[in-house]
Design a binder for this molecule. Structure first.
Ligand code: BGC
Length: 454
């Protein structure tokens, strides 16, 4: 590993992106993709190699967020509290320097709306200044900042006004985007409006999911009702509230208005939305997998065709949908998995290439792999997964899919929402008491790939 070499390499790509549309231009036509860069087929000049995080999952003490209140309500859907998380709010420089040292040239992180607009219409200059420092820190370390404006958590006042079921939600979000973008957009290399606005639809589209959701929705409704009562509010609606159909039109309008607000501040910045993309495949004859794909993605594919400079693809699994006819032979078990581990069976790295090809065919926009990763305590399995995922991405690119970058989920073992700290997706382990970061072998492995292809 050569830290000096890595940071000068990544600094070059940051400079390339500083020219605004350079990132998009790099994949502007399918011809650019076939081109080799000094004998490195498949990855265009300016390709982003990064790790992704989200404010609520790593910063710690996001006390103004709606989810913070929900975590601390009885009953709650959260198995534990986020608390200090990884304390990245204070340790961002350590995280960014580590990411650069590992060989990455970009960092995807989110800004916490609740910190920036702690009360409706009142923006905190101190917190805007804080995120400006995070962006500046990325540049100092030769890392291109890729910024998400909304990653699941909203201000508490927003939830009390009805969250994404409130007709005013898109305009409120757009106002936040406009203020945050005005202050920070010049330092960004690309931006994401919303993170996985249709993730609930994906999970609900899985055959057999309805029994689970019937129980889960009851608990979630009780938790939201208790939160509303605790706040003396008529309403309390977070992204965890079980009404995805009701929220979809408002989320779509939120993306469209947020996109316009950010572009108004800097028209050459690549801006897009990210989708949760499970690779639904046929598992037998007459499989309804296409119908399931439509339910999971349909409304958003139409939206992205209208609004977005690229499509963010976030893939973690493949699910084979059985049909009415004869079942296809089962796939061989994945390596490193315990026999009978049904989740491990879905964690197939080739799903990434399939997801990217499907979403590109549907949206005709360049693709940014904004998240891809694996939940496992076995880091050798993560290395196996990374190699397979990158190979499948490379194969898709060789078939003509324009891909702008790859962000691994996640840099750190972090707070996995309602599931707490037990699921581990990180390239880097974090001691929950001392906050010491310890890179796993997979971090050097993927960082090495990033460096080789930067
Ligand atoms: C989300 C992340 C989450 C990851 C792993 C994605 O759906 O964007 O916030 O932690 O999956 O569960």
């Amino acid at each position: 590993m050569n830290p000096t070499g890595s940071s000068s390499l990544s600094r070059r790509s940051v400079l390339a992106a500083a020219a605004g549309g350079a990132l998009l231009a790099a994949v502007g036509g399918t011809t650019a993709l076939g081109a080799t860069q000094a004998g490195k087929p498949g990855f265009p000049r300016g390709f982003r190699w990064g790790c992704a995080t989200a404010a609520y999952q790593i910063e710690g003490n996001n006390t103004g967020s709606d989810l913070w209140f929900l975590e601390n309500t009885v009953p709650t859907t959260f198995v534990e509290r986020s608390g200090d998380a990884c304390d990245s709010y204070h340790r961002y420089e350590e995280d960014i320097a580590l990411l650069a040292r590992l060989g990455f040239n970009s960092y995807r992180f989110s800004i916490d709306w609740a910190r920036i607009e702690p009360t409706r219409g009142d923006f905190s200059n101190a917190e805007i200044d804080y995120y400006q420092r995070v962006i500046a820190c990325c540049h100092k370390h030769g890392v291109a900042p890729a910024v998400t404006f909304f990653h699941s958590a909203a201000p508490r006042w927003f939830a009390m006004a009805g969250g994404w079921l409130n007709p005013e939600a898109p305009a409120l979000f757009a106002r936040f985007c406009s203020t945050a973008a005005r202050a920070m957009v010049q330092g960004m290399s690309c931006a994401f409006t919303l993170n996985e606005p249709q993730v609930a639809q994906v999970f609900r589209a899985i055959p057999g999911a309805s029994a689970y959701f019937t129980r889960q929705d009851e608990l979630s409704k009780a938790a939201h009702a208790a939160a509303a009562k605790g706040l003396n509010s008529e309403r309390f609606v977070t992204t965890d509230f079980p009404d995805p159909e009701g929220m979809t039109p408002l989320l779509i309008a939120g993306h469209e208005q947020g996109y316009a607000a950010i572009k108004a501040e800097r028209s050459d910045l690549p801006v897009g939305v990210t989708l949760s993309v499970t690779d639904f495949q046929p598992g037998g004859e007459d499989s309804p997998y296409e119908e399931i794909r439509r339910k999971a993605y349909g409304a958003w594919l139409d939206t992205i065709r209208r609004t977005g400079d690229f499509t963010g693809v976030q893939n973690y699994r493949q699910i084979r949908i059985p049909g009415k006819g004869k079942a296809f032979p089962p796939l061989p078990p994945t390596p490193f998995a315990e026999a009978g581990d049904r989740i491990a069976d879905l964690q197939r790295p080739e799903a990434l290439g399939n997801a990217v090809e499907y979403i590109h065919a549907e949206t005709q926009k360049p693709i940014m792999v904004s998240e891809n990763g694996i939940e496992t305590d076995n880091d050798a399995r993560r290395v196996w997964y990374i190699d397979g995922a990158i190979a499948s991405l490379q194969a898709s690119m060789a078939r003509g899919v324009p891909v702008m970058g790859y962000y691994h989920w996640s840099l750190l073992d972090n707070f996995e929402w309602t599931r707490g700290y037990k699921p581990r997706f990180g390239l880097v382990a974090v001691d929950r008491t001392t906050f010491k970061r310890t890179p796993k072998p997979s971090a050097a492995h993927l960082g090495g790939i990033a460096r080789r292809y930067s």
